[in-house]
Design a binder for this molecule. Structure first.
Ligand SMILES: Cc1ncc(COP(=O)(O)O)c(C=O)c1O
Length: 368
């Protein structure tokens, strides 16, 4: 018998997982790059959140509040939600994993759209469930295709809205249609990581659904518009039975004292959020237009509702070359060949200077 057979063996469904690939921050040679590869906030972090960290004091020897009570109260007040229907997590990524783990297991299916958020496959496999991808409609979510892929084994449906990496949005009517057509035993997870970037008229009705439906969980994050990606904090809301299930399996101290204090302050800082939203709206339109103007070189921009744009390379010049050209100019963007998008780059909306530099570098690459 070989020695290997005596070694611990991960479960086959764990062996099948390819680790999450984070956005790059360095060039091949190790040179630091400006990151437009992870959809972080180019305006930084709310000053109120930074001040809250300073006021936290030095009590690092004590565990944080296990229930993130003050943070949940801040969220409940701003979003008009019941505080008991909110659970906080180590980023919304933790909560997506808990949702899959609580409701799906071996023999079950977890469904999401092709070109969806790459973590969905990982969280599905992690609990032994089978990940199932529904076809897209020219990169956008196709509600009919999702519904057609539902089987009696489907337990969880993940819908990122706006979606990452495409930036596309399913309308309120589409989300409502999806929810109504799903069996009530299927958990619909509406992943709102980018929802704060939407205008009021684009809102998908997810929070309202989570207030009245028994099978809807909405997840939100402090990593994007709130500028707190480094603190790893997110939250979810839904029916008390769903929240109870997640609370029973989450890490007992899953958000740090710093994360709780900073996120509560960021939640109340409506002005910072509005500034970030306005900056994003202005520069997303500008970047989309400038890149779309390069259509004679085969560039196509998928219309985005988030804080990034997905750019398709449908001409002679390819996405990998453009990624390298941008890296040579000091910028990291996201190339996603592992997600079936070897012909695309996802570019986070940066500062004015960043956006202008990206367009300059792209023009130079395409016309070289
Ligand atoms: C669609 C989507 N959901 C969830 C997350 C996870 O964010 P976090 O764990 O930082 O809250 C991301 C991060 O990029 C995302 O794009």
């Amino acid at each position: 018998m070989s020695q290997r057979t005596h070694a611990p063996t991960p479960k086959p469904w764990i062996d099948a997982i390819h680790a999450y690939v984070p956005g790059k921050s360095k060039a091949e040679g190790g040179k630091p790059l400006i990151k437009l590869s992870a959809n972080e906030n180019p305006l930084g972090t709310s000053q109120a959140a930074i001040d809250a960290l300073e006021h936290l004091g030095a009590a690092r020897n004590l565990y944080p509040d296990p229930d993130s009570r003050a943070l949940r109260e801040a969220i409940a007040a701003v979003e008009t939600l019941d505080v008991d229907r909110i659970v906080c997590g180590t980023g919304s990524g933790e909560l997506l994993g808990l949702a899959a783990q609580a409701y799906a297991g071996p023999g079950d299916e977890v469904l999401y759209v092709r070109y969806g958020f790459s973590l969905y496959e990982i969280v599905a496999r992690r609990c032994g469930a089978e990940p199932v991808e529904a076809p897209d409609r020219d990169y956008a979510t196709d509600i009919d295709a999702l519904l057609a892929a539902v089987t009696e084994r489907t337990r969880v449906v993940f819908l990122a809205n706006p979606n990452n990496p495409t930036g596309t949005l399913s309308t309120k009517a589409e989300v409502s249609r999806l929810h109504e057509a799903l069996p009530p035993s299927v958990l619909l997870v509406l992943d709102h990581a980018y929802a704060e970037y939407l205008g009021g008229d684009e809102e998908d009705g997810g929070l309202e659904l989570s207030r009245r439906a028994t099978n809807v969980l909405v997840t939100r994050t402090f990593s994007k518009i709130f500028g707190l990606a480094g603190e790893r904090v997110g939250w979810a809301t839904g029916h008390p039975d769903i929240i109870s299930a997640l609370n029973r399996i989450r890490g007992p101290f899953n958000t740090t004292s710093a994360a709780q204090a900073m996120a509560a302050a960021a939640m109340r800082d409506a002005q910072f959020v509005e500034e970030a939203r306005a900056h994003n709206r202005k520069w997303r339109a500008w970047l989309s237009e400038e890149l779309a103007a390069l259509s004679n070189h085969g560039l196509r921009v998928v219309p985005s509702h988030a804080n990034f744009v997905l750019v398709l390379f449908e001409g002679e010049r390819d996405a990998a070359g453009a990624q390298q050209a941008l890296a040579d100019s000091g910028y990291a963007v996201r190339h996603l060949p592992g997600q079936g998008l070897p012909h695309a780059l996802r570019i986070t909306i940066g500062t004015e200077e960043d956006n202008r530099a990206v367009v300059r570098a792209m023009r130079a690459y395409l016309s070289a």
